[in-house]
Ligand binder design. Structure first.
Ligand code: ADP
Ligand code: MG
Length: 255
């Protein structure tokens, strides 16, 4: 990935400081600090229930948090979900791809992709369709534009979800286990599309269990355990020379 550029002199796209998140009595994120530079690809790993989804859902305001500072692309997200205007701005600038593809079942592939640009960005029908077709071509499913989600394979649906997020020209893309719901033979095509996006310089925060993908694509790997960042660094350092015993035992189970 050496052809990619991380601009670490520019202001970070994500600046999270001492973020704390509770679900009732459950303290899910504990003083989490996370900065993501423009163009950086950060992969978050950790056991089920460690807080990975909650962490990235905080970044686009899908979860509110109790304390700490969180700035996304220069906009401040306040604790307790205040400042709904900011929230809307952030959601239009941050794309997200979930484990479940969350496509609109009653809309064609093309309409799934053009909906938000037309409604939120006031794009014309023609412009939105042209962009959608270009994006479908980019993720390798130009021929599926007029189908409905139920007529596609899981891998194709996830690539539609990716194209749909990209249609909003996001400054940051979040991925929450994008291949976990896929049959094994479809994982590669989704990872390929993500790899391509990384190569083009997109800023990405990715939760995944695909360790060889993480090793190849990540600029930085973060290991989270029970809501705390336990270890982070370049993939080779984290995977080959984990410093913390917890990281070692996690990796010995998943690698
Ligand atoms: P991960 O994505 O790493 O598997 P999550 O962020 O989904 O972990 O969950 C972290 C912890 O928060 C888990 O203990 C989970 O049960 C709990 N949790 C997640 N979402 C909610 C919720 N909406 N209400 C209550 N507890 C939740
Ligand atoms: Mg999760």
């Amino acid at each position: 990935m050496s052809e990619r550029k991380i601009d670490d002199t520019a202001a970070p796209i994500v600046r999270m400081e001492k973020l704390n998140k509770n679900f009732g009595a459950l303290h899910v994120l504990k003083d989490v600090d996370l900065s993501v530079a423009p163009g950086e690809v950060v992969v978050i790993i950790g056991a089920s229930g460690s807080g990975k989804s909650t962490l990235i859902r905080c970044i686009n305001g899908l979860e509110e948090f109790q304390s700490g500072r969180l700035e996304v692309d220069g906009k401040m997200l306040e604790p307790h979900g205040k400042a709904s205007q900011t929230l809307q701005q952030i959601r239009t600038e941050v794309g997200m791809v979930f484990q479940q593809f969350n496509l609109f079942p009653h809309l064609s592939v093309l309409d799934n992709i053009t909906l938000a640009p037309r409604k939120v960005r006031s794009a014309s029908r023609e412009d939105a369709r042209e962009t959608a077709k270009r994006l479908l071509d980019r993720v390798g499913i130009a021929d599926q534009a007029d189908k409905f989600p139920s007529q596609l394979s899981g891998g194709q649906q996830q690539r539609v979800a990716l194209a749909r997020a990209l249609a909003m020209e996001p400054r940051l893309m979040l991925f929450d286990e994008p291949t976990s719901a896929l049959d094994p033979e479809m994982i590669g095509e989704v990872l390929d599309a993500m790899r391509e996006l990384a190569r083009e310089g997109m800023t990405m925060v990715i939760v995944t269990h695909e360790m060889s993908f993480a090793r190849e694509v990540a600029d930085r790997v973060i290991y989270i355990h029970e809501g705390e960042i336990v270890e982070q660094g370049r993939p080779a350092d984290v995977f080959d020379n984990p410093r913390r015993e917890r990281t070692q035992s996690f990796l010995s189970r998943v690698l």
